[in-house]
Design a protein around this ligand. Structure first.
Ligand code: ATP
Ligand code: FE
Length: 335
């Protein structure tokens, strides 16, 4: 079974080929056009996808040493994402499936982030828990099988990636600031400044209070010392990172206790964070978890994870009609 998968939910155009569950290629074209605006501009993202999609798909097929005639199905990201971006990938995938007369497979982007953990060995055993931390989502997902997943906790406001990016912005760092906070944090003392941990019931998260706390903290200290941020950047970043990571890990511990599950994986762009990766190892050792972290190129947006999900859907006979439509938001079960 050979599947071509296309991912175009946000600002990366990606195509991958998977053969019998093995990823043969994963091509990703980023979009530099957004940098000058300090965030993704949806209209410009759609146009860049339109420009990139043909060369990206061509390259993915070439790298996999695959011809169009070898394909058994075409998969695409159906939801969630920017609607204009999703439309480019879905129209392309539909046209290709129609032309080749092969099945079409719509994939849920957040389910795919979780299944990035199943691309390489060792793979988590079912049931497992996944902490998905990305630019737009923060979820704890209970996975009973590749296609049976339930969100048991999620953010009520900002995502973890947003918390990193908004904190970075307050510190005057360029977008996306998450990786820069991580970089500065490596040289800092995480116990120097204490930011509050919100008391949110159950397994849900909240990060908007942290942003406000940081804003007031910076205003107060800058009034006393004009170069406060510049002089203390490492300690500030380390302290912010520790708070975000602790909020995430405390809920993950709670989820593991409540479900009795100790197969624990993480997914999404924030799983690149060195503090979170380290915390997963230490908490894992403490609580006897088996922990899994996908390779970095499978953490941020990529078509390999869409291909992996499509592989499971193909085996289960879950195909999409040609008149299916992408949507900006959807539950796992709706796709
Ligand atoms: P979604 O899947 O929810 O639609 P997305 O796919 O756009 O969102 P990702 O690409 O998975 O998001 O992740 C991007 C986020 O990860 C950004 O907020 C970025 O700052 C954050 N990020 C990436 N690397 C790091 C790091 N080392 N430390 C902290 N945050 C990071
Ligand atoms: Fe994503």
């Amino acid at each position: 079974v050979n599947i071509l998968a296309i991912e175009s939910s946000c600002d990366d155009t990606s195509a991958a080929v998977i053969a019998d569950g093995k990823v043969l290629s994963n091509v990703i074209a980023g979009q530099a056009v957004h940098e000058q605006y300090g965030g993704v501009v949806p209209e410009l993202a759609s146009r860049a996808h339109q420009e990139n999609i043909v060369p990206v798909v061509d390259l993915a097929l070439k790298k996999a040493n695959m011809q169009l005639a070898d394909l058994s199905a075409v998969a695409f990201t159906q939801s969630p994402g920017l609607i204009g971006s999703l439309l480019v990938g879905s129209c392309f995938a539909k046209s290709m499936a129609l032309a080749l007369d092969v099945p079409l497979i719509g994939v849920h982007h957040m389910q795919a982030h979780v299944l990035a953990n199943f691309i390489d060995d060792p793979q988590p055993q079912f049931p497992c828990l996944c902490l998905t931390v990305s630019g737009g989502h923060t979820q704890i997902v209970l996975c009973e099988s590749p296609l049976k997943m339930t969100v048991i906790g999620e953010t009520m406001d900002d995502a973890a990636g947003e918390a990193f990016d908004k904190s970075a912005k307050l510190l005057g760092l360029p977008y996306p600031g998450g990786p820069l906070v991580d970089k500065h944090a490596r040289d800092g003392n995480p116990d120097r400044f204490r930011f509050p941990e919100p008391q949110i019931p159950g397994l849900n998260f909240s990060f908007s209070g942290l942003k406000t706390a940081i804003l007031y903290f910076l205003q107060e200290n800058r009034a006393k010392q004009a170069d406060f941020v510049e002089a203390n950047i490492a300690d500030i970043c380390a302290s912010i990172q520790l708070r975000i990571v602790t909020i995430l890990m405390n809920k993950l511990v709670k989820a593991s206790k409540e479900t009795g599950i100790s197969e624990i994986c993480i997914a999404g762009g924030v799983s690149a964070n060195s503090g979170l990766r380290k915390a997963l190892e230490t908490y894992g050792a403490q609580h006897n978890w088996n922990v899994y972290i996908p390779k970095f190129e499978y953490c941020t947006d990529n078509a390999a994870m869409i291909a992996m999900t499509a592989h499971y859907k193909y085996l289960a006979g879950e195909f999409s009609p040609l008149d299916t439509v992408p949507t900006a938001r959807a539950a796992f079960s709706a796709i």
